[in-house]
Design a binder for this molecule. Structure first.
Ligand SMILES: *Cc1c(COP(=O)(O)O)cnc(C)c1O
Length: 376
């Protein structure tokens, strides 16, 4: 049996967890939280990184920071995880879905400006599979209209656009450390704040609307309720686990990229039958996802069954948000759905995790090749 994913464990997590317990403070913003935040700031060059319980929570923080209210509009792709939209719908904002580019499965930057209305407050981009959206064009549009950009960079640790780490180009970026991501702690996330003027308020909102952070730094002699807020901290046990994983980031990314490249090589002969991922020259991806695109949804179902019979697990995502029950209720699609539904209906992800052995990978690619020879 080859599973779709095996969450990585380095073996050094337990030592960090034990050390965290010895330190006798397991609440948020302790030793390991700070260590992870510093490490992430070093890796990404973000101005400030705050660990959160999930990427979903980090996205919700951005919606609070932008003071979004009933009827505000937020432009985003429909091909994304539900949290990209949910975080803003919780504040009463309306997701305005825009079509994607078939080559990267990312939002089509050429369609964004036409979707902007006087109610538009933000653009949320999602870099699919750690491959960047066309950020230069997107930032130029946002600046022209004075709206904020949030990068849902949940899949992006180790991914770059023109030398900049993903999540550091927009006003905010968000990471996920869910066990399905490259580096994880079961459940976890981070908010990246790239605009100096938004840091203090982010710290306040994350600490239940109090200025506790300033108090801990000795800047005020008492802390109290100063703004809206919530508890959006990651506990120290999770942060300790995450810290151990972060030490392995480079090797893990390299391993994933090697597996990704190998898939591409082995399947290159099928380039006329199936779609294969493309990485624009400005992007350095992190090997998060390897996907192929079948000719249609029926063929995808047959290929999944074909692999499953040989005990290989392959999966697909996402049901486009505009065609889901809640997406229909809370948002709308702007312009024509030329690619979102069709392309997402063809996409299939193959197993990819650092410990996937070459032998197993060869079994997978051989079966995919078999499948197409048979069906041709
Ligand atoms: C994984 C993922 C999320 C959610 O991350 P959590 O940490 O589970 O909240 C959000 N957006 C995208 C694009 C993701 O891939």
């Amino acid at each position: 049996m080859i599973p779709f994913n095996i969450p990585y464990v380095s073996g050094k997590e337990m030592a960090c967890i034990e050390d965290a317990i010895q330190r006798k403070n397991l609440a948020g913003e302790g030793f390991y939280t700070k260590a992870c935040q510093e490490e992430l700031q070093k890796i990404t060059k973000a101005k400030r990184v705050l660990l959160t319980p999930s990427c979903t929570h980090a996205l919700e923080l951005t919606a609070l920071l932008l003071d979004l209210k009933e009827g505000d509009e937020v432009i985003m792709p429909s091909f994304t995880f539900v949290s990209t939209a949910n975080a803003f719908v919780l504040r009463g904002a309306v997701p305005v879905f825009v079509d994607l580019r078939a080559d990267t499965m990312n939002i089509d930057e050429r369609l964004i400006e036409a979707a902007i209305s006087p109610k538009t407050k933000a653009i949320v981009v999602m870099h699919y599979a750690g491959v960047a959206c066309e950020m230069e064009e997107i930032m130029a549009i946002a600046n022209r209209h004075n709206i904020k950009v949030i990068e849902d960079a949940a899949q992006c640790l180790g991914g770059y656009y023109r030398g900049k780490h993903l999540g550091t180009i927009g006003h905010f970026g968000t990471f996920s450390f869910h066990s399905t991501k490259n580096i994880h702690c079961g459940e976890g996330g981070a908010l990246l704040i790239n605009d100096q003027s938004l840091i203090e308020r982010a710290e306040i909102i994350r600490e239940k609307g109090t200025n506790r952070n300033q108090f801990l730094l000795g800047m005020v002699d008492k802390y109290s309720w100063v703004d809206v807020g919530s508890s959006v901290l990651l506990g120290e046990l999770n942060a300790a686990f995450l810290f151990a994983q972060l030490q392995e980031l480079e090797t893990l990314t390299q391993k994933r990229q090697q597996i990704w490249e190998r898939y591409l090589q082995k399947l290159a002969g099928l380039a006329t039958e199936i779609g294969l991922p493309k990485v624009p020259k400005d992007c350095k991806h992190n090997g998060h996802i390897f996907y192929l695109k079948c000719r249609n949804t029926e063929e995808r179902k047959d290929l999944i069954d074909h692999l499953k019979k040989q005990e290989i697990s392959s999966v697909f995502h996402y049901v486009p948000l505009h065609s889901s029950l809640a997406g229909h209720k809370f948002g709308y699609f702007h312009g024509a759905d030329k690619y979102t539904s069709i392309e997402s209906g063809r996409l299939l992800r193959l197993p990819l995790f650092p410990d996937l052995e070459e032998e197993s990978q060869d079994r997978i690619t051989t079966l995919v090749l078999d499948f197409y020879q048979k069906s041709l």
